[in-house]
Structures are given as structure tokens and as C-alpha cells.
Design a protein around this ligand. Structure first.
Ligand SMILES: [Zn+2]
Length: 82
């Protein structure tokens, strides 16, 4: 293993991180609910301002659940390749 290889992989990790951020941004609705009061519209708990800054207006739990549902829908929709 040489240093050039390590530099390259660090760059790759940075790229992947950037993509992940883009993904997160793309995954959020980006639409601030009317009369948004800083709480999750689904369960009503306070949403951390850092999440709101990323244009997520629901809490982590509800977002996780939402993503799980979306993933399952995708799987069901596409089916298995066989
Ligand atoms: Zn919630």
C-alpha cells in the first residue's frame, strides 16, 4: 500500500460523503409546511434545527419510517430479477 493509494481513497470517501449529502437533500421534501412550528408534523416532537436546515421537517423516527416504507415500495414495485 502506498500513500498515493491512501490519498485516492480519502478523496473517494469525500466524494461519497458529498453524494450522500446531495442524496439527503434530494430525499427531503424541501417544502416547509405552512405554519411550521419546529415540530414533527407526524408525531409532534421537536425537530432539531440542524434537520430543519437540511429541509427536513419531520423527526428522525418518522423520516426513518418513511424511508423504510419508500424502500419497501421500491422493492415491491420493481420485484426481484429472476
Ligand atoms: Zn415524528
Amino acid at each position: 500500500m502506498n500513500e498515493k493509494y491512501l490519498e485516492g481513497s480519502e478523496e473517494l470517501v469525500q466524494k461519497l460523503t458529498d453524494w450522500r449529502i446531495e442524496e439527503v437533500r434530494a430525499g427531503s421534501t424541501g417544502i416547509r409546511p405552512v405554519d411550521y412550528d419546529g415540530t414533527c408534523p407526524d408525531c409532534g416532537i421537536a425537530v432539531p434545527p440542524a434537520r430543519v436546515a437540511l429541509a427536513f421537517y419531520n423527526c428522525v423516527d418518522c423520516q426513518t419510517e418513511e424511508e423504510r416504507r419508500t424502500r419497501m415500495e421500491k422493492c415491491n414495485g420493481k420485484g426481484r430479477e429472476s
